[in-house]
Design a protein around this ligand. Structure first.
Ligand SMILES: [Zn+2]
Ligand SMILES: [Zn+2]
Ligand SMILES: [Zn+2]
Ligand SMILES: [Zn+2]
Ligand SMILES: [Zn+2]
Ligand SMILES: [Zn+2]
Ligand SMILES: [Zn+2]
Length: 1752
C-alpha cells in the first residue's frame, strides 16, 4: 500500500517549497495581474493537493498550519495591501460594530426569552445580554439551545421594549445607519471585492462539485497522483449499530475504529474510511453497499480522487476564513454580502448565494453547516442585505422546500431552517407578503405536497405509505414558516397588504376546503370494524393549523375592511362546500307545541358524518368578530347577512355534536378506538378552540337568527329524540314504551346530552363578542373551574388551558384574582387553591368539563358546601348579558318547545316506576329552570323602566301543560317533586328554585307598585362610588341601542319576522354586570444514683434480661441465647467513600490489599445498614432459596430484570422490601467477669508482652519449617496461666456458627470486591472494620443533624450497631485462632513496638477508632487462652487509654499553627489541661524536631485536642455502649452543656485527658519516643503523604449555584474529553466531587471489568465505590446509580417560583436552588441510603429496571 510511504515523504517535499515561498512576493504578483481569478486558481491547484489529503489519516494540525502559511496568508496580504497583522488591526480599529449581538448559540447553551416583551418566542438572548437586560426582572423563559440561531439583542423588532442590553446600548453620538463602506479607501474596497469574489467562487465551485474523479477547470493539479478515498456519507435511515457492523466487515477495522468512523460520519456528514488505489477503495464500497441494501436503500458511498477531497477540504477552510475576516469589520461583511448576492451570468437566481442554497440538499452535513454559519454571520447580520437575502430566499422558497421534503436530513441541517431568522422579523415578513406574495407561496407549496385526495378533492390519508408519512412529517415544517410570517399582527394596513393577505386567505380557504368533511365515518352496525382507520394524520394537520386559523382571525380583527372581505370569502367557501347539500331529498315537517318547521331528512346514526369542519369553524370565528368589533352594527349593508341560511349554518356543527353524544351513549362501539380518540381530541385543550368551541359558537350564531322553537325541534330531530318529545302525550308514552333496554339507556343518555347542549347554547357567554365580557374573563373562568375540581399545581393548570401561538395561556395576569398560592414542603409541589369567594361562580355544566371532571367537581363543591354548613344545592351562576347580535338566545329558555320538554322530564320523575328516566336528566332540567329564573331575576333587577322586562319565565312555568287534557304546570310539578322521597339529593336544588320563584314574584310586585328607581336603592351605599361609572355605561348602552336599531333595519326577512315577534326583547337594558420489631434490645433508663461507665472494670452491669424477639416470617417468639436457634437481622453491606478525605487515592488491588489498618483519610470503607427486621436463620434461608428458585424460573421464561441481583446474594426484606444482601446474627450481651484485683498499666504491659512472645513462638511452630527464615530465638516460656495451645469451647450453637460465617463472608466479599472465601484471614478484619466505619458514619450523621449522641437514632440503627459490635466480638470463634491472634499482635505492635512484627505503620497512618474497635474485638481470641483471672474489662480499658493517648499525639502532631485571629476565651479552671497540653507538645518537639512548629499557647493546643478527639470519644462511647449494653447517662440524650465531662465519665476517662499521659509518663515516654521516631512521621509531616487533621469535617455534596442557568452555562462550555473539543450531548455533574462528565454517549464509554460502561458508571467506581449521585444538567434531573445495573431518577433540588421541578426542562420557568431539598439528597447520601432509595424506586416503577444504567 502506498499509504505508509506517502505519509513519510510529504513533510520533506513540502519543506523545500515552504522555505522558498514568500507570502509578500505572491501577493505582490497578484496585485499586478489583471485576471486575479486565474492566478489564484493556479496557486490553489498547485498547493492544495500538496497540503491536504496525503494519506489515510488526516493530520489537521499540520494541514491547517501549512494552509495558513501558503494559502491564506497571501490572500490576507493581498486584501490589506500590506502585512495583514497591521492591516487587519487597522480595519478592526476603524470598525464601528453594529448593535446586534449576533452571538451564535452552541448546543446546550442557555437562551432566554422574555414572556412579556419578546415579539415571539423565537426571540432570544444569550446569557451575557440577558444578565445585562431589563428582562432579568420580568417573567422570562429559559431554554437550552439546540445549536444554531443567534442572540437577538439589539434587534428593535424582536422586542416590544428593552431591545438592548447594557453592552449593546447604542451610543447617542453614533450617527446611526451610516454606510460602513464610508471608512474604506476605494482601493481597499476593490481589492476586497476581488479577493472575496475569487474565494467565494472557489468554495461554491468545490462544494457543489459532483464529479468524483476530476476537478473544475483551472484547478487541475500539475502532477496528478493516483490515490483515492472511499468516502462514506451520513443518512438518517441507518442506525449507528448498522454502520459500525458494516464498517467492521467492509474495511476490516476494529470495533473502536468503526465507532469513531460512525461518530464522525454522524457529526460531519461524511468520512473517508479507506485510502488507496481505485480498486482497493471500490472493493470497500461494494461491500458496504451490499451489506446495507437489504432492508432499505444502501448507505451512500463514493470513491473520490484525493485531489477532489483535498480541494473540498480547503473550500470549507476558505469559508471559515471568510467568516473570520469579515469579523474584523462591518465594511468587509457588507462587501462579502454584495459579492454573494451579485447576480451571476445566468440571470435571475444565479448569485453564488442562490447557487449554494439550491444545492443545499446535495451537500454533506459538514459543508452545509459551514456555509449556513457564514450566511448567519454575514447576510443575516447586515440589515441591508438581510432584506435582499430574504427576497432571494422567498423567490427560491418553493424549490428549497421541495428539495428539503425529498432530502432525509433533519431540518436543522437544511437551509430552509434559516426561515425563522427572516420570517419572524415583522417588517421583513410584511414586505415578503406584499412584494413576494409569501403567504400564498407557502400555503400553495404546502397544498402541492399533499397529494392524497378522495373523489371530492378532500385529503385522504387512509392508505398512505411510510414514505408518504415521512414526507407528510417533513412538509409540516411549512406550517411553521406560515406561523412565523403571521406571528406579529399588522398595526397598519396598506392596500397592497390587504390585497395580498386576502389572496393568501383565498389559498388558505382552498386548503381548508380540502379538509372540510375529510375522514368521514359511518356508524358500524352488526359487525365490529375490521381495521382501525387511520385518523392521526388528519388530526395532526388540524392541530398544526390550529394556531394558524386563530392567527388569521386575529389579523382580520385588526382591520374592518379585511374582516368584511374575509367573512364574505369564508361564507362563499362554505356555500361551495354545501352545494349538493340535501339535494333531491324531500324536506320533512316537524311540529310541536303549536310550532312547525321544515328540515332535511338526515340521521347521524345512519349516514356519513365528519369531525373536520374547518371552514364552518373559521366562519364562526369571524362571525364573533363581527359582533366584537361592532362591524355588524356599523356596516351591516356591506355584510351578506341576508344570504345566511341559519339552518344551513348549524347543520354540520350540530351533526358533529350529535356524533359525540351518540358515542357517549355507546351507539358507535363497533367503530373501534379510532373514533373514541377523535372525539377525545375534538374536546382536548390542544384542539377545542378551533373545533368544539367553534361548533358551539356556530350553533349560537344560527340559533340567534332562528325562532327558538324551530331551533329546538331541529336539535331534537338530529338527536333522534324528536319522536319521544313530539307526541301529544309524551309524558305518558315514554314511560310505557317497552323498548329494548339498550335503546332506553341510549335515549336517556342522548336526552342528557341534548339538555346539556341547550344549556351551553344559552349559557356560554364568556367569549368577548358573544357575551359582554372582558378579554380576561374567559381565562379566569377556565382557571376557576379547574380549581373547583381540586387545588392544582401551576404546570397542571397550564396543561388544562389552551396555549396561544406564543405558548402563553394568559394565566399569570388573572390567577391571583381567583386563586391563592400554597408553598410546597420538602416534597410535593406548590398548589393554587380557589379563593372561597369565587366558588359561587361555579357552573356544574361548564362546557369544558369532561364527564369525569364534572363528577369530581360536583363532589368537591358539595363537600365544601357541607363543610361550610350550607345547603348542597349547586345552582347555576349569574351570567353576563349577551352582546346584541346574540341577545335573542335567551328566548330559548322560555320558548314553548323547551317548556314542553321540561314538563315531560319532570312528569317522568314524578312517576319513576318504569325507570326510563335518569337522575342526571332531572338534574339538568332543574339546572335549566334555574338558568331561566336567574335570567328573569337579572333582567328585573337591572331594568330601569318597569315595563322593560319582556322575559317572563315565571309566568310560563305556571301555565298548565298542553298534553291531552290540562296537565300539571312545570311549577306544580316542581312543588310536587319537592317532597318526593326518591329525590332526596335534589331536594336542596328544588327548594332553591322555589325560593327564587317566590323572590321574583315579590320583585315583580314591588316594581309594579313602586317606581323602579328604588330597585337599586336596596343595594345600599356602595353603589354611589360607581355612579359615575354607571352613567358612562348607560351612555354606551344608549349608543349601542341606536346602532342596534340600524342593524335590525338591515336584517333578513326571516329575522325581521322574528324581531317583530319579540320586539320588546331588543329594548331591554344592556347594563353590564418507623417502628422496630425488636422490643427486647432496649435501652433501659439508667439508675440515676450510680455513675455510669461503659468500659473498664468499673463498668456498670446492666440487669440480666431475657431478650425475646419475634420472627417476621413465622411470627414465633424466640429468646436470644448463645446456644439457641439463630436469629438474624436483614442487612445491606456496601462499600463507601462517603467519609473519604482523599478521592484521588486509587482503589486497592483486592487480592493483595491488607485492610488491617484504616488510613485516617477513610478513603474506602465498608458500611453495614439494616432495616431492623428480624427472622429465624432457617426461616430466612428458606425464604432466600424460594427467591432464588423464582428468579431462575423467571430468567428462563422471559428476560426480565429485577431490582435486586439474586446471584450476588441480594434479596428484599420480606417485610419492608428494603434491599439487603446478607443477614447479621443476633448475639447475647457479653458478660464481663468482675474481679477486684486488676493489674495496673505497667503490670499489664509486662504480661501482655510475655503472652505475645509465647504466641509468636507457638505460631512459628505451626508453620512449615522451610518457610521460617529467621533464626529461632530462645524458646520463650509462656506464663503458666497462659496456655497457647488451649482450644476453648465454642459457646455458640451450630446455626449461630453458620450465620457467623455467612455474615463474615458477605462483609469480606462486598468490602473487598472479591469472590467469597471462607478461609481468607481477612474476614474478621473486614467485620471489625465495617463495625468501626458504620459507627463513625453514624456519629457524623448525628453531628450533622444536630442530634444528641444517644436516644435519637431510629431503632433499626441501634439494633444494627449492637449486633455489629457483638458479632465483631464473637467472629474470632468462626475463624482460625492463631490468625486472629496474629491480627491482634500486629494491631498492638502499632502502639507497643514489637521487634518481631515488621512494617508497623506510623501512627499518622492509622485511624484510631478503627484501631480501637479491631484491637478490642480481636482480644477475645487472646483472652480465651488466659486463665489467670485477668479481666477483659481491665485489658479493654488499658487498650482504650493507650489508643486515646496515641490519638492525642496524632492530633498534636497535625494540629498546625495557631490561628492569630482567634479570640481566647477566659480559661476557667482549664489551666491544668492547657499546661499539660503544652508539656506534651514540647515533649513531642524534642522527639520530632523542627518539623513541628513552635506553639506558645497552651489554650490553643488544648482546644485542638479537645475538638479533635471528640468524634473519636463519641465513636468509642457508641461502640462500648452497644458492645456491653450499658445505658448511657441521661445528659447524653440531649444537647445540653457539660457533655464533655459526662462523656469522659461514661468512658472511664479523666476529663483532663492529658492526665492519661502525665500520670504514667515513665511508662509511656518510651512508647512516645517509638511513635515519633518512626520514619513515616518525618515523611508525612514534610508533605510526603496525605496529612489528615482532626476533627475531620463531614463531607458535603458540592455547592450548587442558586440560579440553574449558571449550571446550564457551565455545562454548555463543557466539551467531551475524548473527542477533541466536541460538545457533549448529556453533560452530567457528579454532586459528590463536582466533576463534569460526558454521559450516555459512545465517545466516553470505557471498559470496566470486561464490560463497556458509560462515563457516569465508570466515574462511580472511582469516586463513590460504585454509588453515584449526579445531576443531568440538560434534563434537570438527579441520577442515582449503584453498581452497573441499578439506577433511578430523582427529583432535582431546583424549583421554579411555583414550587415545581422541571424535569426535562420543558416549561422553561426560571429555576432556583431549594436548599431543603438539596439537604435531603445529601442526607440520603450521608446515611448510605442511595442504594436503598434506588431499590424502592425500581420496585415502584418496573420500567426503571429495564434501563441500561451502565451506559449512562
Ligand atoms: Zn447576546
Ligand atoms: Zn446584548
Ligand atoms: Zn421583558
Ligand atoms: Zn421464623
Ligand atoms: Zn425490613
Ligand atoms: Zn465524583
Ligand atoms: Zn464524550
Amino acid at each position: 500500500m502506498a499509504a505508509a510511504e506517502s505519509d513519510r515523504e510529504v513533510p520533506s517535499a513540502l519543506c523545500t517549497e515552504f522555505l522558498n515561498f514568500s507570502v509578500k512576493d505572491t501577493a505582490s504578483k497578484w496585485l499586478q495581474v489583471t485576471d486575479l481569478y486565474k492566478e489564484v486558481y493556479h496557486h490553489l491547484a498547485r498547493y492544495v493537493p500538496k497540503i491536504y489529503c496525503l494519506g489515510p489519516n488526516l493530520n489537521p494540525q499540520s494541514e491547517d498550519l501549512l494552509a495558513q502559511m501558503l494559502l491564506q496568508a497571501p490572500l490576507e496580504w493581498y486584501l490589506c495591501g500590506e502585512d495583514p497583522s497591521t492591516g487587519l488591526a487597522k480595519l478592526e480599529q476603524n470598525n464601528q460594530p453594529s448593535q446586534l449581538c449576533g452571538h451564535v448559540f452552541k448546543v446546550g447553551e442557555p437562551t432566554y426569552s422574555c414572556r412579556e416583551c419578546a415579539a415571539d418566542p423565537t426571540c432570544v438572548l444569550c446569557m451575557q445580554c440577558f444578565l445585562g437586560s431589563v428582562h432579568k426582572e420580568h417573567r422570562y423563559r429559559m431554554t437550552t439551545s439546540g445549536g444554531g440561531g443567534f442572540c437577538d439583542c439589539g434587534d428593535t423588532e424582536a422586542w416590544k421594549k428593552g431591545p438592548y442590553c447594557q453592552k449593546h446600548e447604542p451610543n447617542i453620538s453614533d450617527s446611526c445607519q451610516e454606510d460602513p463602506l464610508a471608512h474604506l479607501s476605494t482601493d481597499m474596497i476593490a481589492r476586497c471585492y476581488n479577493v472575496f469574489s475569487v474565494v467565494l467562487k472557489y468554495a461554491v465551485d468545490m462544494l457543489t462539485w459532483d464529479k468524483e474523479d476530476e476537478l473544475p477547470p483551472g484547478l487541475e493539479p500539475p502532477d496528478r497522483s493516483d490515490t483515492y478515498y472511499c468516502m462514506l456519507f451520513n443518512d438518517e435511515v441507518h442506525t449507528y449499530e448498522q454502520v459500525i457492523y458494516t464498517l467492521q466487515k467492509a474495511v476490516n477495522c476494529t470495533q473502536k475504529e468503526a465507532v469513531s468512523f460512525a461518530t464522525t460520519v454522524d457529526r460531519d456528514g461524511r468520512k473517508s474510511v479507506r485510502f488507496g488505489d481505485f480498486a482497493f477503495c471500490e472493493l470497500a464500497k461494494s461491500v458496504i453497499v451490499r451489506n446495507t441494501s437489504r432492508q432499505s436503500k444502501p448507505l451512500r458511498v463514493q470513491v473520490m480522487h484525493s485531489s477532489v477531497v483535498a480541494h473540498q477540504c480547503f473550500a470549507l477552510k476558505a469559508l471559515h476564513w471568510l467568516g473570520h475576516v469579515i469579523g474584523y469589520s462591518d465594511a468587509l461583511r457588507r462587501i462579502l454580502c454584495q459579492v454573494g448576492l451579485e447576480r451571476g451570468p445566468e440571470g435571475e437566481n444565479s448569485s453564488m448565494v442562490d447557487t449554494l442554497m439550491l444545492c443545499d440538499s446535495k451537500m454533506w452535513k459538514g459543508a452545509r453547516n459551514v456555509y449556513h454559519q457564514l450566511f448567519m454571520s454575514s447576510l443575516l447580520m447586515d440589515l441591508k442585505y438581510k432584506k435582499l437575502f430574504a427576497i432571494q430566499f422567498a423567490k427560491n422558497y418553493e424549490r428549497l422546500q421541495s428539495d428539503y421534503v425529498k432530502d432525509d436530513h433533519d431540518r436543522e441541517f437544511s437551509v430552509t431552517d434559516l426561515s425563522v431568522q427572516m420570517f419572524t422579523v415583522p417588517s421583513l415578513a410584511r414586505m415578503l407578503i406584499t412584494e413576494e406574495n409569501l403567504m400564498t407561496t407557502i400555503i400553495r407549496t404546502f397544498v402541492d405536497h399533499l397529494r392524497h385526495r378522495d373523489l371530492q378533492g378532500r385529503f385522504q390519508f387512509e392508505r398512505y405509505t411510510a414514505q408518504q408519512a415521512f414526507k407528510f412529517r417533513r412538509v409540516q415544517s411549512l406550517i411553521g414558516d406560515l406561523k412565523y410570517v403571521l406571528i406579529s399582527r399588522p398595526t397598519e394596513w396598506s392596500d397592497q397588504l390587504r390585497e395580498k393577505f386576502l389572496e393568501g386567505l383565498d389559498t388558505f380557504l382552498e386548503l381548508l376546503k380540502c379538509m372540510q368533511g375529510m375522514d368521514p365515518v359511518v356508524r358500524q352496525v352488526g359487525q365490529h370494524i375490521e381495521m382501525e382507520p387511520e385518523w392521526e394524520a388528519a388530526f395532526t394537520l388540524q392541530m398544526k393549523l390550529t394556531h394558524i386559523i386563530s392567527m388569521i382571525q386575529e389579523w382580520c380583527a385588526t382591520d374592518e375592511r379585511v374582516l368584511i372581505e374575509a367573512y364574505k370569502k369564508c361564507l362563499t367557501a362554505l356555500t361551495h362546500c354545501h352545494s349538493g347539500f340535501a339535494d333531491g331529498e324531500q324536506p320533512i315537517t316537524l311540529s310541536m307545541c303549536g310550532h312547525s318547521v321544515d328540515t332535511i331528512r338526515y340521521c347521524v346514526s345512519q349516514e356519513k358524518v365528519s369531525i373536520h369542519l374547518p371552514v364552518s369553524r373559521l366562519l364562526a370565528g369571524l362571525h364573533v368578530l363581527l359582533s366584537k368589533m361592532e362591524v355588524a352594527y356599523r356596516f351591516p349593508e356591506q355584510l351578506p347577512l341576508s344570504e345566511l341560511s341559519p339552518p344551513m349554518l348549524i347543520e354540520h356543527p350540530l351533526r358533529c355534536l350529535v356524533l359525540c353524544a351518540q358515542v357517549h351513549a355507546g351507539m358507535w362501539r363497533r367503530n373501534g378506538f379510532s373514533l373514541v380518540n377523535q372525539i377525545y381530541y375534538y374536546h382536548n385543550v390542544k384542539c377545542r378552540v378551533e373545533m368544539f368551541d367553534k361548533d358551539l359558537i356556530m350553533l349560537q350564531a344560527g340559533a340567534s337568527m332562528m325562532d327558538p322553537n324551530h331551533f329546538l325541534m331541529i336539535v331534537l330531530s338530529r338527536f333522534e329524540l324528536y319522536h319521544i318529545f313530539s307526541s301529544a302525550d309524551c309524558r305518558k308514552r315514554y314511560n310505557r314504551e317497552n323498548a329494548n333496554k339498550d335503546v332506553v339507556q341510549q335515549n336517556n343518555t342522548l336526552t342528557e346530552e341534548m339538555l346539556h347542549l341547550i344549556m351551553m347554547v344559552v349559557g356560554e357567554r364568556f367569549e368577548a363578542g358573544i357575551g359582554q365580557v372582558e378579554g380576561c374573563d374567559e381565562i379566569k373562568r377556565e382557571i376557576l373551574h379547574q380549581l373547583c375540581i381540586r387545588p392544582m399545581a401551576h404546570s397542571e393548570l397550564v396543561k388544562a388551558l389552551p396555549e396561544n401561538e406564543n405558548k402563553e395561556t394568559g394565566m399569570e395576569r388573572v390567577i391571583d384574582c381567583v386563586a391563592s398560592f400554597k408553598k410546597p414542603g420538602v416534597t410535593g409541589r406548590g398548589l393554587y387553591e380557589l379563593r372561597p369567594e369565587c366558588a359561587k361562580q361555579f357552573n356544574l355544566y361548564f362546557h369544558h368539563y369532561s364527564r369525569a371532571d364534572q363528577s369530581k367537581a360536583e363532589e368537591a363543591q358539595r363537600k365544601l358546601k357541607r363543610q361550610n354548613g350550607e345547603d348542597t344545592a349547586l345552582p347555576p351562576p349569574v351570567l353576563p348579558p349577551f352582546c346584541p347580535l346574540f341577545a335573542s338566545l335567551v328566548n330559548i329558555l322560555q320558548c314553548d318547545v323547551l317548556l314542553g320538554m321540561l314538563g315531560a322530564v319532570l312528569q317522568w320523575a314524578v312517576e319513576p316506576s318504569a325507570g326510563h328516566w335518569s337522575e342526571s336528566m332531572l338534574q339538568r332540567v332543574l339546572h335549566l329552570i334555574g338558568m331561566a329564573l336567574l335570567e328573569e331575576q337579572q333582567q328585573l333587577e337591572n331594568s330601569s323602566e318597569d315595563n322593560d322586562v319582556y322575559f317572563n319565565f315565571t309566568l310560563k312555568m305556571s301555565r298548565p301543560g298542553e298534553a291531552p287534557s290540562n296537565t300539571a304546570s312545570v311549577l306544580a310539578l316542581l312543588e310536587n317533586l319537592q317532597n318526593a322521597p326518591h329525590l332526596e339529593v335534589h331536594e336542596d336544588m328544588i327548594r332553591w328554585l322555589l325560593k327564587t320563584v317566590a323572590g321574583i314574584k315579590t320583585l315583580r310586585e314591588r316594581s309594579a307598585s313602586t317606581s323602579t328607581v328604588t330597585a337599586s336603592g336596596s343595594r345600599g351605599q356602595e353603589e354611589t362610588a360607581c355612579d359615575k361609572d354607571k352613567a358612562e355605561r348607560k351612555r354606551k348602552a344608549e349608543m349601542a341601542r341606536l346602532r342596534r336599531e340600524k342593524v335590525m333595519a338591515q336584517m333578513s326577512e326571516m329575522q325581521r319576522h322574528f324581531i317583530n315577534e319579540n320586539k320588546e326583547l331588543f329594548h331591554q337594558s344592556l347594563e353590564e354586570l418507623d417502628a422496630s420489631t425488636s422490643t427486647s434490645l432496649e435501652h433501659s433508663p439508667a439508675s440515676p444514683d450510680a455513675a455510669l461507665a461503659c468500659v473498664g472494670p468499673r463498668r456498670s452491669r446492666p440487669r440480666e434480661k431475657r431478650q425475646v424477639v419475634t420472627c417476621i416470617l413465622c411470627q414465633e417468639e424466640q429468646e436470644i441465647r448463645a446456644d439457641g436457634k439463630a436469629m438474624v437481622l436483614a442487612a445491606f453491606v456496601q462499600r463507601s467513600t462517603v467519609m473519604s478525605k482523599n478521592r484521588t487515592r486509587p482503589p486497592h488491588d483486592p487480592k493483595r490489599y491488607d485492610p488491617l489498618f484504616m488510613h485516617p483519610d477513610l478513603s474506602f470503607g465498608t458500611h453495614t445498614g439494616s432495616c431492623g427486621h428480624i427472622m429465624h436463620s432457617h426461616c430466612w434461608q428458606r425464604y432466600f432459596e424460594a427467591v432464588q428458585a423464582k428468579e431462575q424460573r423467571r430468567q428462563q421464561r422471559l428476560r426480565v430484570h429485577t431490582s435486586y441481583d439474586v446471584g450476588n446474594g441480594e434479596f428484599l426484606c420480606p417485610l419492608c422490601e428494603c434491599l439487603s444482601n446478607t443477614v447479621i446474627p443476633l448475639l447475647p450481651r457479653t458478660m464481663g467477669s468482675s474481679s477486684c484485683e486488676q493489674p495496673g498499666l505497667g503490670q499489664w504491659l509486662k504480661t501482655s508482652g510475655q503472652q505475645i512472645k509465647a504466641m509468636h513462638s507457638a505460631h512459628r511452630k505451626l508453620q512449615p519449617v522451610s518457610t521460617v527464615e529467621e533464626t529461632v530465638e530462645e524458646e520463650c516460656p509462656a506464663p503458666e496461666v497462659f496456655t497457647v495451645d488451649y482450644i476453648p469451647t465454642n459457646p455458640y450453637s451450630s446455626t449461630i456458627k453458620e450465620m457467623l460465617t455467612t455474615f463474615g463472608t458477605a462483609t469480606y466479599k462486598v468490602g473487598l470486591k472479591v469472590h467469597p472465601n471462607e478461609q481468607d484471614p481477612r474476614i474478621p478484619i473486614m467485620c471489625w472494620s465495617s463495625c468501626a466505619y458504620t459507627i463513625q458514619s453514624i456519629e457524623r450523621l448525628l453531628v450533622d443533624e444536630k442530634k444528641p449522641l444517644f436516644g435519637s437514632l431510629p431503632c433499626r440503627q441501634d439494633d444494627c450497631l449492637s449486633s455489629l459490635a457483638r458479632f465483631g466480638s464473637a467472629c474470632w470463634t468462626a475463624a482460625c485462632q492463631p490468625t486472629v491472634q496474629g491480627h491482634f499482635i500486629r494491631l498492638l505492635a502499632a502502639l507497643i513496638p514489637d521487634p518481631q512484627v515488621e512494617a508497623s505503620p506510623c501512627i499518622l497512618d492509622v485511624d484510631m477508632l478503627h484501631l480501637l474497635v479491631s484491637v478490642v474485638l480481636s482480644y477475645g481470641s487472646v483472652h480465651s487462652q488466659d486463665s489467670s483471672g485477668l479481666s477483659v474489662d481491665a485489658v479493654q480499658l488499658h487498650l482504650f487509654h493507650l489508643i486515646t493517648v496515641a490519638h492525642m499525639v496524632q492530633i498534636l502532631l497535625t494540629s498546625g499553627p495557631e490561628e492569630v485571629t482567634m479570640e481566647q476565651e477566659s480559661g476557667e479552671a482549664e489551666g491544668g489541661e492547657e499546661e499539660g497540653a503544652c508539656r506534651l507538645y514540647n515533649t513531642l518537639r524534642t522527639h520530632v524536631g523542627s518539623s513541628l512548629p513552635e506553639v506558645g499557647s497552651g489554650w490553643h493546643l488544648w482546644r485542638c485536642v479537645k475538638t479533635g478527639i471528640l468524634p473519636y470519644l463519641r465513636g468509642a462511647a457508641l461502640f462500648f455502649h452497644h458492645l456491653h449494653g450499658v445505658p448511657a447517662p441521661p445528659e447524653l440524650h440531649a444537647l445540653c452543656p457539660g457533655q464533655w465531662e459526662v462523656l469522659c465519665g461514661y468512658l472511664s476517662l479523666p476529663s483532663n485527658l492529658l492526665q492519661l499521659f502525665h500520670g504514667q509518663q515513665e511508662l509511656l515516654e518510651p512508647l512516645l519516643h517509638g511513635w515519633c521516631t518512626h520514619p513515616g512521621i518525618q515523611q508525612t509531616l514534610q508533605g510526603g503523604g496525605v496529612l489528615v487533621s482532626f476533627p475531620r469535617e463531614s463531607n458535603s455534596l458540592i455547592d450548587l449555584p442558586d440560579d440553574y442557568s449558571a449550571l446550564i452555562n457551565q455545562a454548555s462550555s463543557f466539551t467531551c474529553p475524548k473527542s477533541g473539543g466536541d460538545k457533549s450531548r448529556a453533560p452530567t455533574l457528579c454532586l459528590v466531587c463536582g466533576s463534569m462528565l460526558c454521559s450516555q454517549s459512545y465517545c466516553c464509554q470505557t471498559e470496566l471489568e470486561g464490560e463497556d460502561v458509560g462515563a457516569c458508571t465508570a466515574h462511580t467506581f472511582a469516586c463513590g465505590a460504585g454509588v453515584g449521585i449526579f445531576l443531568r444538567v440538560r434534563e434537570s434531573q438527579v441520577l442515582f446509580l449503584a453498581g452497573k445495573t441499578k439506577g433511578c431518577f430523582y427529583a432535582p433540588p431546583y424549583l421554579d417560583d411555583y414550587g415545581e421541578t422541571d424535569q426535562g426542562l420543558r416549561r422553561g420557568n426560571p429555576l432556583h436552588l431549594c436548599h431543603e431539598r438539596y439537604r435531603k439528597i445529601q442526607k440520603l447520601w450521608r446515611q448510605h441510603s442511595i442504594t436503598e432509595e434506588i431499590g424502592h424506586a425500581q420496585e415502584a416503577n418496573q420500567t426503571l429496571v429495564g434501563i441500561d444504567w451502565q451506559h449512562l
